[in-house]
Design a protein around this ligand. Structure first.
Ligand code: SF4
Ligand code: SF4
Length: 145
């Protein structure tokens, strides 16, 4: 639905977008925000030390994201074309929560001059709610700059 800002889209439709869009064609949100999380997540998930920057006694962030032009050091490939996450199974909570089509996704894609996602109406796609993800979504708690 071109023209509809993703922030205004209902939760069910965001899930629909996540089920249809392959983030491996994008990666914008991995190169747009500081990705911070409670420091203990890094140990619990087994994130390599080199990928973790301590921000405070309580918070850490992914290396490369605490910069004027952030880009997670785990992101491989070219944003907007073909990307992969080198630590996908160990990615922290922000990376698991951000959904294709949500407000931060939209902001990241806009910053990279990528077109907004076209989120289909669930009414027009029978059975969409039960669809499975082609690839799980990306980061979530992104710090706004
Ligand atoms: S969540 Fe959005 S910005 Fe992030 S990789 Fe997927 S489509 Fe791109
Ligand atoms: S999904 Fe992977 S590449 Fe993207 S920000 Fe998280 S750890 Fe980095």
């Amino acid at each position: 639905m071109p023209g509809t800002h993703p922030a205004a889209i209902a939760g069910a439709e965001l899930t629909a977008a996540a089920s249809l869009f392959d983030c491996r064609d994008c990666g914008a949100c991995c190169a747009s925000f500081r990705v911070s999380f409670y420091w203990a997540e890094a140990d619990a998930l087994g994130l390599p030390e080199a990928l973790v920057e301590q921000l405070s006694p309580w918070y850490a962030c992914l290396a490369g994201t605490n910069a004027a032009s952030p880009r997670c050091q785990a992101l491989q490939g070219e944003v907007g074309h073909c990307v992969t996450c080198a630590v996908y199974l160990q990615r922290p909570s922000p990376c698991r929560e951000l959904q294709p089509g949500d407000a931060q996704c939209s902001k990241a894609r806009l910053a990279w001059r990528l077109p907004a996602l076209v989120v289909p109406s669930t009414e027009k796609v029978p059975g969409l709610a039960a669809a499975t993800l082609p690839m799980p979504a990306h980061p979530a708690r992104r710090d706004r700059r």
